[in-house]
Design a protein around this ligand. Structure first.
Ligand code: C2O
Ligand code: CU
Length: 505
């Protein structure tokens, strides 16, 4: 777990140890779908609530009959879900009972800088690897100025933002990929009255679908570094290692290719791509062409869309969220509906299955108008910033750069002013899911056209495709301090594809 430098170049031997090449993978759609547990606060009063999460090792049965050690929030994979009503201040005190430093970031949160999880703001383990209690003052290392805590520390979230599907995950500098891979990720949902009044599918018809691909060694342990060995054999894939770390087992809420028995009714699926590097092009089979249902997209990263958008497929890059409603009432009882992945190879070409088991009266609805929408205004004199994402290290091991530079936590690459709308222009050589902390943005242009079909709504992550330029309008309205933008391919992120900016009053 200690090295990142080697992870771009796993050898063939390492991939050969994958479960898939030694024992058959578990049968798909044979494990029941589960919803991660909702975390209960230790206190809730006066518009504030307090939570405690312990980061610890645990041995779980992820694959039937096999034992897998994870690093989990509360020892779970994914971690417990936090549900926060809009405007309620949430304090999550994390206690690190692992053997390595961690950093917690709430992805999509409009969070004050001190709680945003800057990659050098480390939470050190409570005890040394030998179990000895450590005392004394933690120190910062090198030039990387970070606020370092030992044992436990609080993260405060104001939740002054619209209802949305967020997630929290590790963000330690240079080690985010392996630490998220081993389990440090969970859901965080913000709810509000406006959303509740819409009558969207709710209760057990409102389900998180957190997608993570993983690779397992023959002994059941998580394998990292690794990649889908099939990539090595795939014609046209010149350099599979630039892809980041990929797995051949698809976990939904921590279970491999699960199946869910559903009513013939509408369901809201909160799709979160929590994979390190894999993109999914999701569809339903049978889908609209076969007389089935489309995805009715109702939300994206930052919350509800202005109006629902019918999509036959959705392309979900790492860290993106798509809130969709699927009407299983369009299917006869008894139908099996597979959630397919058109970008998958072999075992990854499907992610889960629904089985329509009973007809019910469905009182839910998807109104024509979902949320108030403010288009960010730009003018000819709107400031423009260029962010170019590219590969460095020609001829040698890959590393990843923004504007030709590697990440330096002490260097601020931009100082945007609060309340000033800016245009940020992202361009790239390869696929990079670009994520900006603190405030969401609106996609203005993709290439020479307007926004793409998956760019609707308030986004905090945008899928940058090779040689394409994406322009977004962004405006920071609250909190001054240090924040990040970076590639959310976690292996690219760990290999320096991050930049820091400081918001100024
Ligand atoms: Cu989801 Cu900076 O991260
Ligand atoms: Cu990237």
């Amino acid at each position: 777990l200690g090295s990142t430098g080697g992870c771009a170049n796993p050898s063939r031997d390492q991939t050969a140890r994958l479960l898939s090449s030694t024992t058959p993978l578990p049968e798909r759609f044979s494990v029941p779908f589960v919803v991660p547990p909702v975390k209960q606060p230790v206190s809730r009063a006066g518009g504030a609530s307090a939570y405690e999460i312990v980061q610890r090792r645990a041995v779980l049965e992820i694959l039937p009959g096999r034992q897998t050690e994870v690093l989990g929030y509360d020892g779970l994979l994914p971690g417990p879900t936090i549900v926060a009503p809009r405007g309620e201040q949430v304090t999550v005190t994390h206690r690190n009972e692992l053997y390595l430093p961690t950093v917690v970031h709430l992805h999509g949160g409009h969070t004050a800088a001190a709680s945003d999880g800057y990659p050098t703001d480390l939470l050190l383990p409570a005890a040394s690897p030998t179990g000895r209690r450590l005392s004394g003052h933690a120190h910062t290392t090198g030039g990387a100025s970070g606020v370092v805590a030992r044992g436990s520390r609080p993260y405060v979230y104001e939740n002054e933002q619209p209802a949305a599907t967020l997630w929290y995950h590790d963000h330690r500098m240079d080690f985010t990929g392996p630490q998220v891979w081993r389990g440090l990720a969970g859901l965080y949902l913000i709810t509000d009255d406006a959303e509740e009044a819409l009558g969207l599918p709710a209760g057990d018809h409102d389900l998180p679908v957190m997608i993570m691909d993983r690779a397992f060694a023959a002994d059941g342990s998580l394998a990292y570094p690794s990649l889908d060995p099939r990539l090595l054999e795939t014609p046209g894939v010149r350099d599979p290692y630039t892809a980041g770390v990929l797995g051949d087992v698809v976990l939904i809420n921590g279970r491999p290719w699960p199946e869910l028995a559903v009513d013939a009714a509408r369901y809201r699926l909160r799709i979160v791509n929590a994979s390190n590097a894999r993109r999914y092009r999701l569809g339903l089979s049978p889908g609209p062409a076969g007389g089935g249902a489309p995805f009715l997209q109702v939300g994206s990263d930052g919350g509800l869309l202005a109006a629902p958008l019918s999509q036959h497929e959705i392309l979900v890059a790492p860290a993106e969220r798509f809130d969709v409603v699927v009407d299983f009432g369009a299917y006869p009882v008894g139908t099996e509906v597979v959630l397919t992945n058109a970008l998958g190879l072999g075992s990854t070409d499907a992610v889960m299955r629904f089985r329509v088991v009973r007809s019910v009266r469905d009182a839910s609805r998807v109104p024509e108008h979902l949320a108030w929408w403010e288009a960010l205004e730009t003018a000819p004199d709107t400031p423009v910033r260029e962010w170019r994402f590219s590969r460095g290290g020609a001829g040698g091991p890959a590393h990843w750069l923004i504007n030709g530079r590697a990440f330096d936590p002490d260097r601020m690459d931009a100082r945007p002013r609060l309340d000033q709308t800016e245009i940020w222009r992202f361009s790239s050589d390869l696929h990079h899911p670009v994520h900006v902390h603190l405030s969401p943005f609106q996609v203005l242009r993709r290439g020479s056209d307007g926004p793409g079909r998956w760019d609707a709504g308030w986004k905090d992550t945008v899928d940058l495709t090779p040689t394409e330029t994406v322009e977004v309008a962004i405006r920071f309205t609250e909190h001054t301090g240090r924040y990040m933008l970076h590639c959310h391919n976690l292996e690219h992120e760990d290999m320096m594809m991050m930049a820091a900016f400081e918001t100024m009053a």
